[in-house]
Design a protein around this ligand. Structure first.
Ligand code: SAM
Length: 443
């Protein structure tokens, strides 16, 4: 047996996260790592066509990642998603969801991640493994098993739990292990947990922060309670451990891609510390230590979500002028008008993730944003600006230096991405549901 029996029992009885397949008729759930435009930007230098593209969703659970990826890839040639999980019940929910959507580009495997090196599968260009490796007995072996089926230029989207922000959860898990020591019945353990939650005094560590987690319990009910408080195997990582783990496997962290402060800015000490003297000291340390300081300081990183690759050079860059800059998801409304109106002050915006963004427009910001339409490459934008400003001598590098500052601010929170001009525009996630809506419009 290549998995933990108790972990399998949990996910057979409480498939996580709870999903009702019928809801597929109304909406498509997106997953953090799974947008093709994001994978393209961070993992393939913006140049991936996604034709002949192979995806593995390892520990696919009730199917959201497999479905979101398969839904985008059904418009590409010869691409496939392979779903794998040890829980038959979870796989049934996922299959039903795919069936309702009419997706036929998913292969279903009932196996453990640790079986992967022996399944004789063709290598994968992208591996999604979200919320799984921290539940394995040996997460080193788990990552190595994934790496054994990754194509040489392939990338992974991984999520594992954060040790420090989840400290109240780990305390609750320890408490429930003691309370349930002689309780073999899973549902009785859930009932005991509900009783204990109702008895927690204000001094309890979890009670003080319960708001952060109660939405999960409310949304997923007993399934959520089991996953949060009763897991038999749940390992939280801190940043330093993360680097050691992926480094041992010969992999590199490309970018942290979670929402809000679980994105790159949440791993930056300067997001939280104002003192220049302290910052100067911290930024002399190696990057993993800088990020470890930010993690301990904020206490906000419940999940580490990141892309992994074997190479260090997978992210699209504005140095390549054939790249097209575009706003990911919703562009800021009326930005170029606001920049034009602006008289030297800073501009404040809220990202789709509700992150406050502030930037100082520079000499060419208004011209650049006026021409930034998600279709033109940087070269095309720059040529247009030269014409508009009657400034033929204006060099690429002058314009690039000017754009660099604002680009970095938007890119650090994944609001602005790049794709090579040879790659067609991506369909917005909102349009991906259209086809399913058509299928059920008379229901
Ligand atoms: C918390 S759920 C996450 C599901 C899914 N990745 C998601 O993000 O919604 C963990 C999943 O990992 C699966 N799992 C646990 N150990 C596994 C193993 N050794 N091999 C394959 N799947 C495993 C469980 O059955 C469960 O479906």
């Amino acid at each position: 047996m290549n998995y933990l029996q108790e972990v399998r029992n949990q996910y057979e009885n409480y498939p996580y996260p709870y999903r009702n397949p019928e809801e597929e008729k109304q909406r498509l759930l997106a997953t953090q790592d799974g947008y093709l435009e994001k994978i393209n930007h961070f993992c393939f230098q913006g140049k991936q066509s996604f034709n002949n593209f192979r995806v593995l969703v390892a520990g696919g659970g009730t199917g959201s990642a497999a479905i979101f990826l398969a839904e985008q890839l059904r418009y590409r040639k010869n691409s496939e998603v392979v779903y794998l999980d040890i829980s038959k019940q979870s796989m049934e929910v996922a299959r039903k969801r795919a069936e309702i959507r009419g997706l036929d580009n998913i292969t279903w495997l009932h196996h453990s991640i640790l079986d992967l090196p022996h399944l004789d599968l063709a290598p994968f260009d992208y591996i999604n493994c979200v919320g799984v490796l921290h539940h394995l007995e040996d997460y080193h072996k788990g990552l190595k098993a994934l790496d054994s089926v990754l194509s040489p230029k392939g990338c992974m989207g991984i999520m594992v739990y954060g040790k420090h922000a989840r400290a109240p959860i780990y305390q609750m898990q320890e408490l429930m292990r003691l309370v349930n020591e002689d309780e073999p019945d899973m549902q009785a353990r859930v009932e005991n947990t509900k009783n204990i939650i109702n008895s927690l005094p204000p001094s309890n560590f979890f009670k003080q922060r319960e708001k952060e987690w109660m939405s999960e319990v409310e949304e997923y009910g007993d399934i959520g309670i089991y996953d949060l408080f009763l897991h038999s195997r749940d390992h939280g990582f801190d940043v330093l451990e993360l680097y050691e783990w992926v480094g041992n496997c010969g992999l590199n962290i490309v970018q942290f891609i979670g929402p809000m402060f679980e994105s790159k800015i949440g791993y930056e000490p300067k997001t939280f510390i104002a003192s220049p003297a302290v910052l100067q000291k911290i930024y002399r340390l190696p990057k993993p230590k800088q990020q470890a300081i930010a993690e301990l300081l904020s206490g906000l990183i419940q999940r580490h979500s990141f892309y992994l690759s074997r190479s260090r050079n997978t992210t699209a860059s504005i140095e390549n002028l054939d790249n097209v800059p575009f706003f990911f998801q919703s562009p800021p409304h009326g930005l170029s008008e606001e920049i034009k109106r602006n008289r030297g002050g800073k501009i404040s915006l809220k990202s789709p993730d509700q992150i406050a963004v502030q930037f100082q427009p520079t000499r060419f910001t208004a011209s650049i944003f006026q021409n930034l339409d998600g279709k033109r490459s940087l070269k095309e934008i720059f040529n247009k600006i030269r014409k508009e400003l009657h400034a033929p001598a204006l060099s690429h590098s002058e314009l690039l230096d000017d754009f660099q500052k604002t680009y970095t601010i938007f890119n650090d929170i994944s609001w602005m991405l790049l794709r090579h001009h040879s790659v067609p525009q991506f369909l917005p996630a909102s349009q991906l549901q259209e086809r399913v809506n058509q299928k059920y419009k008379n229901d």
